[in-house]
Ligand binder design. Structure first.
Ligand code: NAP
Length: 309
């Protein structure tokens, strides 16, 4: 296969802002179709559903699923049953169990399944992981705060079961932490603030420890109004303090910037997806989602003011 003929399913904010430009900028892909109930894209075949696309559409090799997690597993299973490679936006599912079914489906259908974690492709994530390998970690502090009205405008699904609330961005921090820290860690306490009219938290305070009792603290908040977002991870070690800031676009050691680069996360994701397809492999890491599921299991819920869009 030379050029990968691709379709986007669910043409919402992330498809528009990131997937479409990243696909257009990658010579290994051609966007041939879009399946979305309320959106149309010029220059490609448009369908109201994945079912219609698979039945009536042009021949494609792969789909990129940009719908909310609660509907994505059924779409992924359908696409794989039709022999299509699948890229899943994060999180890879609404439950952990369904992802094991997807794993089996991908094997049985002989297709690539890629559970994407876009934040892991931020410019300094790989460098941070290398820097930490030779140091003794003493504590980790994660701060992930943004304005839900700016970053998730009108997304009612985020407040419904499976929508994850503040864990929708918070899982990005966990995807970086699980990539750069050398040991697995687990949750020991979670305090969740849930608006009275919502099913999912607007803020979360989490405490983890790893296997040698290194503390990892995380603060997630969706109420960062009128101030820039904070997407920072600080790691204290026996040999200096590493900070990944701007979601991994800048790295500092003891407060000194090691450089700053433009975000090219989705270019990295599509490069990885193409490589997996060409190598006949899948990549399905659930570790960030496992921490969120644990927080929703172990978390103490505090009811806070109703959320008004
Ligand atoms: P969004 O703006 O709501 O877009 C999702 C699209 O999926 C909608 O526009 C809708 O398109 C379709 N959709 C929604 N509910 C559906 C349903 N029940 N059945 C079928 N299609 C449905 O959301 P988004 O921000 O793009 O997020 C989508 C996924 O990307 C989420 O998993 C999110 O975590 C992830 N993500 C988001 C961001 C971000 O900054 N927003 C960043 C990275 C990753 P139609 O109505 O046209 O069908």
């Amino acid at each position: 296969m030379d050029t990968i003929r691709l379709a986007i399913v669910g043409y919402g904010k992330i498809a528009r802002d990131q997937h479409h430009p990243a696909i257009a900028g990658h010579t290994g892909y051609r966007l041939d179709a879009v399946a979305s109930r309320n959106a149309e894209v010029a220059g490609v075949a448009n369908f109201e559903s994945l079912e219609a696309l698979l039945e009536e559409g042009p021949e494609i090799d792969a789909v990129s699923l940009c719908t909310p997690a609660t509907v994505r597993t059924a779409q992924a299973r359908l696409a794989m049953a039709h022999g299509k490679h699948v890229m899943l936006e994060k999180p890879p599912g609404a439950t952990l169990a369904e992802i094991e079914i997807l794993r089996e489906d991908a094997q049985r259908c002989g297709v690539t399944l890629f559970a994407s974690w876009h934040s892991r492709h931020a410019p300094y994530v790989a460098q941070a992981r290398r820097w930490l390998t030779t140091r003794k970690i003493q504590r980790v502090d994660i701060e992930w705060k943004e304005d839900v009205r700016v970053w998730h405008p009108g997304q009612a699904w985020i407040w419904q079961p499976g929508g994850m609330g503040v864990f929708d961005p918070g899982i990005n921090a966990l995807s970086i932490a699980t990539a750069i820290l050398p040991r697995p860690f687990y949750l020991v306490d979670a305090q969740l603030q849930v608006p009275g009219n919502c099913q999912t938290p607007i803020a979360a305070s989490l405490d983890f420890i790893d296997g040698v009792n290194v503390p990892i603290h995380a603060e997630f908040d969706f109420r960062q109004a009128d101030t820039p977002p904070i997407w920072d991870i600080h790691v204290e070690t026996d040999d200096g303090r590493l900070t990944l800031t701007r979601g991994g676009c800048e790295m500092l050691i003891d407060g000194q910037s090691q450089g700053m680069q433009e975000d090219a996360e989705y270019a990295g994701l599509y490069e990885r997806f193409a490589n997996l397809i060409h190598q006949g492999q899948s990549d399905l890491d659930v570790s960030p989602l496992r921490h969120v599921a644990d927080a929703l299991t172990l978390g103490y819920r505090h009811t806070v003011d109703d959320f008004v869009e």
